[in-house]
Design a protein around this ligand. Sequence first.
Ligand code: NAP
Length: 275
Amino acid sequence: MRAACVIGWPVEHSRSPLIHNYWLKAYGIDGEYRHELVPREEFAAFVGSLAARGYVGANVTLPHKEAVLTLSQPDERARAVGAANTLWLENGALRSTNTDVEGFLDNLDACAPNWHCDLGKAVVIGAGGAARAVIYGLLGRGVPRIVVVNRTADRAAALRASFGGRMENAPWNDRNETLGDAGLLVNTTTLGMQGQPALELEVARLPTRAVVADLVYVPSVTPLMAAAKARGLRTADGLGMLLHQAVRGFALWFGRKPTVTSELRTLVEADLAKA
Ligand code: NAP
């Protein structure tokens, strides 16, 4: 039996076991996916003994996503993003990658095909870890201009410094002025999350061709998603990204590329609604 896990502190909130155990059952694979509650001070030893514990790989969540880079062999995208969320053993070596990048892009492709054609400019709200994955993905898909708007201007400036020439910054208070010619708007902040204020944004300013993506997945329909849908814009939500980012890990650990189905989405949505 092959086994994988999600390592975090806390970790009980993670829906990764629900997702991976659904696929294991759906494909009749003899495997198991578990939670592993591991504090910072025990993380290096835990990761170092992954194989001895019977694991073929793992997901890594807060607060370990950055620390794992020095404990594994990260690929180019994990290094560029500055964080990894997926580990696997390859010929005895512990490799790592960041699947938020493809999770974001694959969900966008599924929800809004051809979103990148005639895009012009993308506006990314937020400059944390998730923003780095989104920006890396957008640059890789050839987006010509990316405007990053963040409450703390220094963090947006740091993203511009690390990702280079196609990046611009705009002040937080001017965020509505950036929307008029944006083909894509992405919320990577925690605003709109359950218990947090909504992201205040004048969605009416976006062009009718614009696509709106939100990384927040609790609730599954955020105020931003609701406003974009009410305007008839195409949308890509955080739950879709969460499901798509899980695909690569499953394929690496269990040898089969799984499909993100509406049945899986309904299952996870129902579980999140209980929270
Ligand atoms: P993070 O590194 O802590 O960054 C948080 C971001 O939110 C920063 O830009 C921060 O701005 C901004 N922010 C927080 N409170 C704010 C407020 N009151 N007003 C304005 N801006 C505020 O977090 P992260 O890891 O990037 O995650 C961000 C979100 O993405 C979370 O909701 C997370 O669940 C979601 N996410 C979803 C997926 C998925 O698969 N759907 C994957 C990854 C992340 P400052 O810099 O000014 O503090």
